[in-house]
Design a protein around this ligand. Structure first.
Ligand code: NAD
Length: 489
């Protein structure tokens, strides 16, 4: 591994603060936590460690901006203009954003750039949608008129994970702000760098002070305080299913509105009649892009027996060709995993996999990367459904391949896990494609398709993969009250 002179971005901050009521501030007790460079695992910055007192301050600022400030009372068109400016600024800084995101998270730079652009698109989309929004109105001639008052709810608590952090923050910030709420964002502690840019972006776009607040910190501390805060009626959470369970329980005494985007173990089902070239390309991308740290990763590939041996051989060969490299190198396809703790978890699953399946590619650290959080793209074949690497979310560049003989068996395998986020189906039989998709327990299905999503469509999982849907007007519904007004004529 040779270091490149531009690997470390210029002007990297040595400390990362909270943003509360329009000011960058430290924790009240001065506490910090370490932020690591995933390539060297060295500490490159200290971030303010938010405690309950800091969350209190942020919620108070957001609440004041909600009850007394202009934001909830502005016309949708006025809010929309500011949010379009946010999108413009994000777009104009996409290269810098990608550089910082890639450095902090270990994501390949080309993929981080795509995520920065998607973040701008999220703002643009919700800025447009909130202007186009229509609501129900009904008339019973001569008797009654019924219509809907749509109202922002208050302070939204937004808790986000470390995979594609900036983009996932935008996915919540866009609709929460477009609908007139004020927010407290608690970004993931592994990757606070890109989130620290929001303060400057919002201030420059003209967002009133106190509307956007950010508290860094550990989930069990800052995240927990936000979930339990009585003045935060909404929590939108993306993260692990187990964390989702904890948040669900902690929010229960307050009867909060909850949106949960959780983990996955999504199947890619390849039938013998599929376009095998396309299926192999897409299933390689589906689990190795974004370092495999992707909630919708197709991490289990189920292949019909007639093409199984050919598929495994070609797939393993292609996995070996995936380029592992320094995150900032444009040629890199798999970078460094986010953090040594996560790296250790993924490596431990690889060791487990060696006794559960047949290792056909990867299997540990890639050659030439003795340090940092590197994992070679790893493929296990002949993995039985009882295996832990078949059942549990690994969240890294590791895939399990399993054969099947009949459609019924494929469906049982696809549905035989606790998760139900995404599914990918590859077949040229039209009827099978649609009936199989209908029967799969997944919030989203891609048929003969890469993971490409129109922002108007519902996003969400079933079973342990989530609660509720966001995407398009469903996000608008989550972040608003719909008050029905009935008028006797
Ligand atoms: P995580 O659950 O460990 O952490 C997510 C966030 O929750 C972080 O900000 C963390 O600090 C916070 N948190 C942790 N404990 C908390 C608590 N007790 N109370 C309040 N907040 C708490 O998840 P992660 O490891 O950061 O992210 C990876 C997970 O996210 C994977 O399971 C992945 O599938 C999932 N994910 C899901 C989607 C989706 O849309 N379904 C998208 C991306 C990631």
């Amino acid at each position: 591994m040779t270091d490149h002179p531009t690997r470390v971005p210029a002007d990297l901050p040595g400390s990362i603060q909270h943003y509360i009521g329009g000011e960058l501030v430290d924790s009240a007790d001065g506490g910090t936590f370490d932020v690591l460079d995933p390539v060297t695992d060295e500490v490159y910055a200290k971030a303010a460690a938010g405690r309950a007192a800091d969350v209190d301050r942020a919620v108070a600022a957001a609440r004041a901006a909600f009850t007394d400030g202009p934001w909830p009372r502005m016309l949708p068109r006025e809010r929309s203009r500011i949010l379009h400016r946010v999108a413009d600024i994000v777009e104009s800084r996409d290269a810098r954003l990608a550089e910082l995101e890639s450095f902090d998270s270990g994501l390949p730079i080309t993929q981080a750039l795509g995520q920065a652009r998607r973040a701008a698109e999220n703002f643009r989309f919700f800025a447009d949608l909130v202007v186009a929004q229509t609501d129900d109105a009904f008339k019973v001639p001569g008797r009654q008129l019924n219509y809907v008052n749509r109202k922002p709810i208050g302070v939204a608590g937004l808790i986000t994970p470390w995979n594609t952090p900036f983009m996932l923050e935008s996915w919540k910030l866009g609709p929460a702000l477009a609908t007139g709420n004020t927010v407290v964002l608690k970004p993931a502690e592994f990757t606070p760098l890109s989130a620290s840019l929001w303060a400057g972006i919002f201030a420059e776009a003209g967002l009133p002070q106190g509307v956007f607040n950010l508290v860094n910190g550990l989930g069990e501390e800052a995240g927990d305080a936000l979930v339990k805060h009585p003045d935060v009626p909404l929590i939108s959470f993306t993260g692990e299913s187990r964390t989702g369970e904890t948040i669900f329980a902690n929010a229960a005494p307050h009867l909060k509105g909850l949106s949960m985007e959780l983990g996955g173990k999504s199947p890619a089902v390849v039938f013998a009649d599929a376009d095998l070239d396309a299926a192999i390309d897409a299933t390689i991308f589906g689990v190795f892009s974004l370092n495999g740290e992707r909630c919708t990763a197709g991490s289990r590939i189920l292949v019909e027996r007639a093409v199984y041996d050919e598929f495994v051989e070609r797939y393993a060969a292609q996995a070996r060709r995936v380029v592992v490299g320094l995150p900032h190198d444009p040629a890199t396809e798999v970078g460094a995993l986010v953090h040594p703790e996560h790296h250790a978890k993924v490596m431990s699953y690889i060791e487990i996999g060696k006794s559960e399946g047949r290792l056909v590619a990867g299997g540990g650290r890639p050659e030439g990367f003795p340090a940092g959080n590197y994992v070679a793209p790893t493929v296990f074949a002949d993995v039985p459904p009882s295996a832990r690497i078949f059942q549990e979310e690994i969240f890294g560049p590791v895939v399990a391949i399993t054969p099947f003989d009949t459609d019924e068996e494929a469906l049982a395998l696809a549905n035989g896990v606790r998760y139900g986020l995404a599914a990918y189906v590859w077949t040229n039989d039209l009827r099978r494609a649609h009936t199989f998709s209908q029967a799969i327990e997944a919030g989203m299905v891609w048929l003969n398709s890469n993971n490409v999503r129109d922002l108007r469509t519902p996003f969400g999982g079933v079973k342990a993969s989530g609660l509720g849907h966001e995407g398009g007007y469903r996000s608008i519904d989550f972040y608003t009250h719909q008050q029905a007004v009935h008028v006797t004529l």
